[in-house]
Design a protein around this ligand. Structure first.
Ligand code: IVH
Length: 704
């Protein structure tokens, strides 16, 4: 892989000055990756590559112990806590585990334990799946959860108590007898693979962060500033360890008895955990769980072996950052190389366009992979992916295969970089990528088959057409049968019924069909704001729909202005008067204005809208503004700090009197009402010769 630097020099021949330089480089690199992993939840390299970096650092430090500094990653754990959450000092540090990759290393671990304890026989060992999530420490006082903290750097973590209280698997109160006065119970927060996939799908469609794997999505979900966001994420928790215990809830405590106690106290303990009595038993567990790995509902990245007796654990103690009584037996990284044949675009139910790599089939960790997600345009650019490239595929966290890098050496001559399409592959509508967003979206809101069901459900929803007897379920059914593809089809159901025979559907009869048609007919007369809202234009919720309806007043005024803004868009960009007028509506920002224009710039939407309008009898104008006041029809801008009324009051009064309140000054503005410290808007008004009023003058104008 040419992305990797040339092989590092052999440690055996490394001189001390060279070692010093390399240690520094490795430290910086590991620290950077720790930060990416622990703080940003966005690792930049695979776990295997990370482990390789650490191993090399350890090997060099072993050869030159005098070069080990206190700040070396071997002397610290993880990364300092991220900003934003209060810091929590762990009463007992949350350390990490030494790694074993080969069977021999496990044998050596057990032998080391025996030597240390001077035991002839292999001590009982608990083998636990190593859950790939993030560790959490829960402090209970008198059985009540008082604090939850992430690991952070092992000594200081982040206070995530409020967020953790939303996790169903974490009891607020411990159950049963023998509850120690104070205890820190620990384990892993994780997300089920299926929940991660569903979350990512939602995120992708909403244009939000997509997570690389369940671990990152668990970490990202836990560390939300808004507790409600965490609550909406399906986080789970396995208990497997503890920190400070004021006393133990049993005589002669052992790891396996403690796990039983944790289960009795109300925690979820991993059901696979097994007590082993020989190295062979332990390795058999590793192999069995390795085979089950793909079918387990959560991600694991290895097995943890722990000496069962806690008195042995206490005697064994710790060496630097990890216990002598436990070791992690990691699975080999699951990566493979294959050829990227093409990239397809999948269109989600809200129009989000997601690139999917089609690969020459390759087996990664026992599973044949043919598709891999590429997330979005930036991801493809970052990896510099060309069609025909040989790529490294990884089954990240077991579930979604990902492309992690390109093997540049194998790039075929003349391979073209991939250009993200600016057209929806499903309906042909043009696509847009909003500023600050990673996602391209299809603008064919009304007609794109990929979006149809969602759009139709929205169309009939309560704040839109609100048709009695036509809810989400019916829409799904009618769409599945091919009866309703776009809004107009709802209104032609009746005339097509000789052929469709709705009354023959299960659950329908003559009466319910008659009622449904009557309800549909009743909606042939609709208020303008409901119509606008029903179109499902991005960013146009009920509030914005009302603003637009009020501003333009009638169906025709609205449609004419929108067509004008959209038509002018190609030639004049956003400089047209129609666009400026739209953008000037108080409460309508650039993002909304652009989304509206994109909708009307799509011919397919116009066609569908016209078909719908043909079916409607009347679009009721917005609440008629009063026409008999001094400011009716005038465009007013309020600026500066107002002392006689609040900005909202001023706006409401002006609108009640038939004025339009705009957010910025243009040559169409009639009045600028300037309070104290008015700035650029006042200057602009003066430049354009717009009438400027004081608050009192305004009050006088509108009659107090
Ligand atoms: S025991 C003192 N048991 O692995 C060691 N850790 O590399 C306490 N992990 O930070 C950890 N499953 O996040 C332990 N069954 C398990 C585990 C487990 C996952 C994670 C945990 C820890 C990391 C250590």
């Amino acid at each position: 892989m040419t992305k990797l630097p040339k092989p590092p020099p052999d440690i055996a021949t490394l001189t001390k000055p060279k070692a010093k330089i390399e240690l520094m480089r490795l430290r910086l690199s590991i620290e950077g990756h720790d930060k990416a992993y622990y703080q940003d939840d966005a690792p930049k390299i695979s776990d295997a590559d990370y482990d390789a970096l650490r191993r090399r650092l350890e090997a060099i430090e072993q050869k030159f112990p005098e070069l080990v500094s206190a700040s070396s990653p071997t002397q610290t754990v993880g990364a300092a806590p991220a900003r934003g959450f209060a810091k929590v000092q762990h009463a007992v540090p949350m350390l990490s585990l030494g790694n074993a990759f080969a069977d021999d290393e496990v044998t050596e671990f057990v032998e080391r334990v025996q030597r240390f304890l001077k035991l002839d026989d292999v001590p009982a060992i608990v083998a636990e799946p190593k859950i790939d999530g993030l560790s959490l420490s829960l402090r209970y006082e008198h059985g009540e959860l008082v604090r939850a903290a992430t690991r952070g750097d092992g000594f200081t973590g982040e206070d995530v108590t409020a967020n953790v209280r939303t996790i169903v698997d974490v009891p607020n109160t411990l159950k049963g007898k023998h509850i120690p006065a104070a205890c820190e119970l620990r384990g892993e927060v994780y997300m089920l693979k299926q929940d991660f996939l569903a979350l990512n799908k939602r995120q992708e469609e909403a244009g939000e962060t997509v997570f690389a794997n369940p671990r990152n999505s668990a970490a990202g979900s836990l560390r939300q500033k808004d507790v409600e966001v965490t609550r909406s994420r399906p986080l789970k928790f396995f208990a497997y360890a503890w920190g400070e215990m004021s006393d133990y809830p049993m005589e002669e405590p052992t790891q396996h008895k403690m796990l039983q106690w944790l289960a009795h106290a109300g925690f979820v303990v991993n059901p696979e955990i097994t007590l082993c009595h020989s190295v062979e038993d332990a390795l058999a567990f590793y192999r069995r769980i390795g085979e089950q790995r793909a079918s387990l509902p959560y991600d694991i990245d290895g097995v943890v072996y722990k000496v069962d007796r806690l008195d042995y654990q206490a005697r064994l103690g710790f060496v630097s950052r990890s216990p002598r009584w436990a070791i992690a037996h990691k699975f080999a990284a699951e990566q493979a190389t294959t050829v990227l044949e093409k990239i397809d675009i999948q269109v989600g139910r809200t129009g989000a366009m997601t690139p999917v790599a089609r690969l020459q089939p390759v087996t990664v960790g026992g599973v044949v992979v043919q598709n891999a997600t590429l997330h979005n345009e930036d991801y493809i650019k970052e990896l510099d992916i060309h069609l025909g490239d040989t790529v490294v595929v990884q089954r990240a966290g077991d579930v979604i295969p990902q492309i992690v890098s390109v093997v540049l050496d194998k790039r075929p001559a003349g391979a073209e970089p991939y250009h993200f399409p600016h057209k929806c592959p499903v309906c042909g509508s043009h696509a847009v990528r909003e500023e600050g967003e990673a996602v391209w979206r299809c603008t064919g809101a009304l007609i794109c088959p990929a979006q149809a069901v969602e759009r139709l459900k929205h169309f009939v929803s309560r704040l839109a057409f609100d048709i009695d007897g036509l809810g989400e379920k019916q829409i799904e059914l009618f769409h599945e049968r091919g009866w309703v593809q776009e809004p107009a089809d709802i209104f032609t159901l009746k005339s097509r019924n000789a052929e469709l025979k709705l009354e023959q559907l299960e659950g329908y009869g003559e009466t319910s069909v008659r009622n449904l048609f009557a309800a549909i007919d009743a909606r042939r007369t609709i208020e303008l704001h409901r119509l606008i809202f029903a179109l499902g234009i991005r960013h146009v919720g009920e509030g914005n729909a009302k603003l637009l309806a009020r501003h333009y007043g009638t169906r025709d005024a609205f449609l004419t202005a929108m067509r004008a803004a959209a038509d002018a868009q190609t030639e004049e960009g956003n400089a047209s008067e129609a666009y400026q007028d739209l953008d000037n509506i108080a409460g309508i920002g650039d993002v909304v204005a652009e989304a509206v224009v994109e909708f009307f710039a799509e011919e397919r939407n116009i066609k569908a809208l016209n078909a719908l309008l043909d079916e409607l009898t009347e679009v009721l104008p917005a609440e008629q503004a009063r026409r008999d006041t001094a400011v009716a029809g005038k465009i007013v801008v309020f600026t500066g700090s107002l002392s006689k009324f609040t900005r909202d009051e001023a706006k409401a009064t002006a609108e009640r009197l038939g004025a339009k309140v705009a957010g910025s000054v243009s040559k169409k503005t009639d009045y600028v009402v300037a309070g104290e410290d008015a700035g650029s808007k006042l200057t602009k008004a003066k430049d354009l010769g717009v009438t400027v009023l004081t608050e009192d003058e305004w009050l006088a104008l509108i009659g107090g």
